[in-house]
Design a protein around this ligand. Structure first.
Ligand code: URA
Length: 232
């Protein structure tokens, strides 16, 4: 059960400031389960209660889950002094909720990025113990070879000595491969191909867990998703 103050609840679900909300409560504009409540510190159960403002019910969302098609040049971070971030591309209603990217995608990579304010869910997607698949379309500066495909299957050892778990490298065309990882080390795909003297020219994430990046989502666009679209 999540007991929460009435003013805090409204603040978490709307763009009104705390002082605007207090005024609305004092003026009798707020009802809890149909009853007018005049106390901002009135405790409610956020999971069961119906709160209305001027008789319009507030649609309660405990957490928000978004999928974005990240463009090149955008950092998968919340804030940054020098670069635009994925969170910068979101409207105020989401920024206010402290939404953050669940997992990294390099600045020069494109494709599927999950943004949420649900820390447990983010951990389930990114945590190394969960082995959630992530699929990437990778364009190399050289040919995709059998040596790469075999090497990825066996598990690549990076220059640093870090061992990568076995991964799928599937040839799509001469210089393009689909790579499926179940972990997310820093610059992992670039470093894995580096072992085979190959450079990565383009890297696009097309899938996380069981969900593909929606094909109608243009670069920089995002949409709401249900967490069960990604994970079982
Ligand atoms: N591996 C990389 O090297 N970069 C990414 O953005 C994702 C996986």
């Amino acid at each position: 059960m999540g007991m929460i103050r009435l003013d805090k609840y409204i603040s978490s679900q709307t763009l009104f400031s705390r002082s605007e909300i207090r005024k609305m409560i004092f003026k009798g504009q707020v009802k809890v389960d149909g009853v007018c409540i005049l106390k901002p510190d009135f405790k409610i159960d956020e999971n069961t209660v119906k709160v209305s403002l001027d008789d319009r019910e507030i649609n309660f969302e405990k957490y928000v889950y978004l999928v974005m098609n990240k463009p090149k040049g955008i950092l998968s971070a919340t804030t940054d002094k020098n670069s635009k971030t994925a969170v910068d591309l979101l409207p105020e209603e989401y920024k206010k909720r402290n939404i953050f990217p669940a997992g990294r995608l390099d600045k020069d990579s494109t494709g599927m990025l999950i943004l949420t304010d649900d820390g447990d869910f983010a951990h389930r997607i990114t945590g190394p113990k969960h082995h959630i698949e992530k699929a990437y379309i990778v364009t190399l500066d050289t040919l995709v070879t059998d040596e790469m495909i075999d090497g990825f299957r066996k598990g690549v050892t990076l220059v640093s000595g870090e061992e990568c778990s076995p991964a799928v490298c599937e040839k799509i065309s001469d210089k393009v491969a689909r790579v499926i990882l179940t972990e997310g080390k820093y610059h992992q795909i670039k470093r894995m191909f580096g072992i085979f003297d190959a450079g990565v020219e383009e890297l696009h994430r097309e899938r996380i867990g069981k969900m593909l990046l929606p094909s109608d989502l243009k670069e920089g666009e995002y949409c709401k998703i249900l967490p069960e679209n990604l994970l079982d």
